[in-house]
Design a protein around this ligand. Structure first.
Ligand code: SF4
Ligand code: F3S
Length: 104
């Protein structure tokens, strides 16, 4: 599966949702997530993210992100249409510690 990771938080560019053939992106206030059981591993969303936030779960350290994506994809509504990024997306892009800042 592919997962959305920390750099989406506070940016939410949403380019990713337009290309997903199975519509498995879900939207929270500050970030999106992918439903790990619905993702068919096609990989087309990865290069679409301007924040480089979408990673394959085969990369090291991805277990916590699979868990995060699974948890919230079951709580949040599906998103299939691109919308404006969050207003401070450019400032938040690359910022450290966004997970702690937004999810604790
Ligand atoms: Fe959707 Fe493919 Fe991205 Fe999985 S890898 S979230 S199926 S576009
Ligand atoms: Fe987030 Fe990148 Fe999609 S910032 S909303 S994963 S395009």
């Amino acid at each position: 599966t592919y997962v959305v990771t920390e750099n989406c938080i506070g940016c939410k560019y949403t380019d990713c949702v337009e290309v997903c053939p199975v519509d498995c992106f879900y939207e929270g206030e500050n970030t999106l997530v992918i439903h790990p059981d619905e993702c068919i591993d096609c990989g087309v969303c990865e290069p679409e993210c301007p924040a480089d936030a979408i990673r394959p779960d085969t990369e090291p350290g991805m277990d916590q992100w699979v868990e995060f994506n699974r948890k919230y994809s079951e709580m949040w509504p599906v998103i299939v249409t691109k919308k404006d990024p969050l207003p401070e997306a450019a400032d938040r892009d690359g910022e450290e510690g966004k997970m702690e800042k937004y999810f604790s």
